[in-house]
Design a protein around this ligand. Structure first.
Ligand SMILES: *Cc1c(COP(=O)(O)O)cnc(C)c1O
Length: 482
């Protein structure tokens, strides 16, 4: 399998090439050159697999065995999944005959990001070991990405991570999930500022490409194509677990959506031949719902803060991948759309692309902040089941469709985070705090981080750290101490 850019500037890249890259050189995003369509025998075989085995099988369709031999791939995926608290990794909760919640949050940091990042980290380590080359990941975070990134690299041999977090501006649990990881390869800095302020020194360091190359720097983010490919698997898994014979309607997946990485995974699953519908649901930051229902692809004035904070997003960059797949891979069309969007912050998506997308994504809604709390309360009262604010956005959609007289397909809400992470929202929704040993322990653990106050030069602090790590690696490699 080879990879290409959505804007046509690059083709024929290997998986290894794209695994270590962010944006393509032409500004586009990477995707596989073709989507493998599952045949009858594949479907029969896949339907019997555990989630872990399904990940291995799906990845082996997207990564040539010359790049990673299958036994090796299997070992890496099993190692990644061993960090989950449940052996089946993804758990299904049956709320009614027709409505299921897929709990995607049983990884260490309690969000669905662990599903992809735990594996991606190990894939990187595999190639680095082969090359005998280290890597330094640098991220600024406002919450979930930083902790999932730390978690995914903390047990790797060839990777260091530097995280800049905004002191006091993440939730206490998010902050502790970063500062309590005391490992030689994890370096946490807490700055007095917002996550945008923290982006400034990072951007400036990454602008110097010679420096980036010299110190093997890389930035983890949700534009990585490997993350998208891993996010196809929970759709396949739920479909196989839940489908009924004869299935007369596609299964409907309701997905709390921010940057559309998860939805893109679902769209690819549909192109692989799984009969499904996708319903992206957003909070008051409604750009995705607007774009996919009316073609109005325009940025809003500001990001609104909501209880579902992981989807407080203004620019859902993975939409570019959806447009590309729906436009039958016409790169000229994509360049046209993205040029307009990047220059004017708004454009209208052509009807042909929109109607193609709507075959799989028939509807998309935005849910208000008060409705998020109401849905959390209602789910607990009627189902005895506590959900996080993101999952509540999905639950609200499910309730609305059940109340209306519409045809009722089998619905699956993708639950992207554990309610344990959101004690403040639970309280506001009038729900009891959930007891958790894991969370209590987090508050007992020692922490380690370096403070950066406003008067200091953050860029030189960052560079000093990078150069210190590089120097240690040079010494280790010379001494063959790895
Ligand atoms: C990142 C995240 C999302 C959004 O996922 P996208 O792939 O960006 O749409 C939803 N919920 C939670 C809890 C997240 O952490």
């Amino acid at each position: 399998m080879k990879y290409c850019s959505t804007r046509g500037g690059e083709t024929g890249l290997t998986f290894e090439d794209v695994l270590f890259s962010g944006y393509a050189k032409d500004g586009g995003l990477y995707l596989p050159e073709e989507i493998p369509v599952l045949t009858g025998p594949d479907l029969t075989y896949f339907s019997q697999l555990s989630y872990t085995d399904l990940v291995i099988q799906v990845l082996s369709r997207f990564i040539d065995s010359e790049e990673i031999p299958e036994p090796e791939l299997a070992r890496l995926v099993r190692q990644a999944h061993a960090t989950f608290e449940t052996p089946d990794v993804v758990q299904l909760k049956y709320l009614t005959e027709q409505l299921t919640v897929a709990e995607l949050f049983h990884g260490t940091t309690l969000t669905f990001k662990d599903l992809a990042l735990s594996v991606v980290g190990r894939l990187c380590d595999f190639f680095l070991e082969k090359r005998r080359e280290n890597l330094i990941v640098v991220v600024a975070t406002s919450g979930d990405t930083g902790s999932a990134a730390i978690e995914s690299v903390q047990n790797l041999s060839w990777v260091d991570i530097i995280v800049l977090l905004p002191k006091g501006r993440c939730t206490p649990i998010q902050e502790l999930q970063m500062t309590t990881v005391i490992k030689d390869n994890v370096h946490v800095f807490a700055g007095d500022g917002s996550s945008d302020d923290l982006d400034v020194p990072i951007k400036s360091v990454f602008q110097n490409s010679a420096y980036v190359k010299k110190h093997h720097l890389c930035s983890i983010n949700s534009i990585n194509v490997a993350r998208i490919l891993l996010q196809t698997v929970h759709y396949l898994y739920c479909y196989f677990q839940l489908r009924k014979d004869p299935c007369d309607q596609p299964m409907q997946f309701i997905v709390p959506t921010g940057a559309c990485g998860n939805i893109t995974g679902g769209y690819i699953a549909s192109q692989m031949g799984i009969p499904l519908q996708l319903i992206p649901v957003t909070n008051e930051n409604d750009i995705v719902a607007r774009t996919l229902t009316s073609g109005d692809f325009s940025i809003s004035e500001e990001v609104k803060q909501s209880w579902a904070c992981a989807i407080d997003i203004q620019c859902p960059y993975n939409l570019e991948r959806l447009f590309y797949l729906a436009a039958n891979r016409n790169t000229q069309t994509i360049r046209h759309i993205m040029d307009a969007f990047e220059n004017e912050y708004q454009t209208q998506i052509q009807d042909e692309i929109l109607s193609e997308l709507q075959k799989v994504i028939p509807e998309s809604i935005s849910v208000t902040n008060p409705d998020i709390l109401m849905a959390m309360g209602e789910c607990f009262r009627t189902k005895g089941y506590t959900i996080c604010p993101h999952t509540a956005v999905g639950y609200k959609y499910a309730c609305d469709t059940r109340k209306s007289g519409k045809v009722k397909p089998l619905q699956v809400i993708l639950s992207t985070a554990s309610p344990l992470k959101f004690p403040e929202a639970l309280e506001q929704a009038g729900l009891k705090k959930i007891e958790s040993k894991k969370i209590d322990e987090l508050f007992q653990k020692p922490t380690r981080f370096t403070r950066m106050d406003r008067r200091q030069d953050w860029e030189s602090i960052l560079k000093d750290k990078i150069e210190e790590i590089s120097a240690q690696w040079a010494k280790r490699l010379l001494a063959r101490d790895i």
